[in-house]
Ligand binder design. Sequence first.
Ligand code: TRP
Length: 374
Amino acid sequence: MQVTPWKVELESFSDKTYSKLAKQFGVKLIDEELLERIKKHTKDLHFMLTRRVFFAHRDLDWVIAKYEQKEKFFLYTGRAPSGPVHLGHLMPWLLTKWLQDKFDVELWFQFPDEEKFLFKKELTLKDTEKWTYENMLDVVALGFKKGKTHFLIDTKHAGIMYKHAVRVSKRITFSTAKAVFGFTHETNIGAIFYTAMQAVPAFLPSVLKGKNIPCLIPLGLDQDPHFRVARDVLPKLGYYKPAIMHCKFLPALTGQSKMSASNAVTAIYTTDSPEEVERKIMKHAFSGGQPTVEEHRKKGGNPDIDVSFQWLYMMFEPDNKKISEIYHAYKTGAMLTSELKHYLIDKVNAFLKKHQKAREKARKIVHKYILEVD
Ligand code: TRP
């Protein structure tokens, strides 16, 4: 298996796979005890926590302990603009939004508009500029708090970020970068430096406030390597190690890999029409059902490998009672694949209808989220 910021290859989407990865990465699984501790402050728990869509962490217990000592944390996450936002991108952001609301904390959201420019041959800075704007609309549409949410755009905010990126970069050798990210002698030097820029928002608020503030980073597991490095470096500069919460990957429609923005067939974008959503799911969603209706009624389907079910479980059906009813109905053959798919289509389209409306409204307010610099 390979999980790096540039490549994700999983043998499956099962719990066993993710436990293996947690071990490989040296991260802790989120357990009941930790969830109970969070619940003391949040009153309820988001289904992405109880269902372990967010399944692992580094120092989350420490962040909560600090919070209990009246030392509030800030949230940090990001998106490298390279194309349209798809449903898989939204998953960690939805929990980030919940965390912001429940703990009433600041969110720093990075748009490293140089990242994919450096890593993808075909992308120009003009492209990434366009995608930065488009992607910001999706983030604003999720309803993050105005005034408490700060967008950092690397090329725009270089003036306040670069100095601190340089401090980080001095503490990372090429041999570390090579080992962690798999760089070679053909890698351009911008790409090698990039991780220093991604480290900056993890301590920039501390720099600006002139005191150390704990940082919590919800992210997809593939982004962990950046912060493995940052966690080594930041204490050497006098800052806290950032804490991390790891989200699983939303499988692509075809089920073979994580959803990828560059595959229009197996990804659903936030801007897709209801018809496109229906067509993509009906045609491509990998099914755990039987080849014929008779066989399906007799033997039942397998929700554990069925992508439609996985999407409902991870993202689109928060109701625990309903999700377990669907699980059993599908497994016993009472529910057919086409019924399951239609159930999902309705859920996705209801979500997107709301999202697309909010996304249009975001055009008017997006500038208020971008960090002001003087
Ligand atoms: N590198 C991430 C991407 O490819 C973007 C990013 C920047 C990010 N900072 C982050 C992701 C912090 C998670 C947490 O999209």
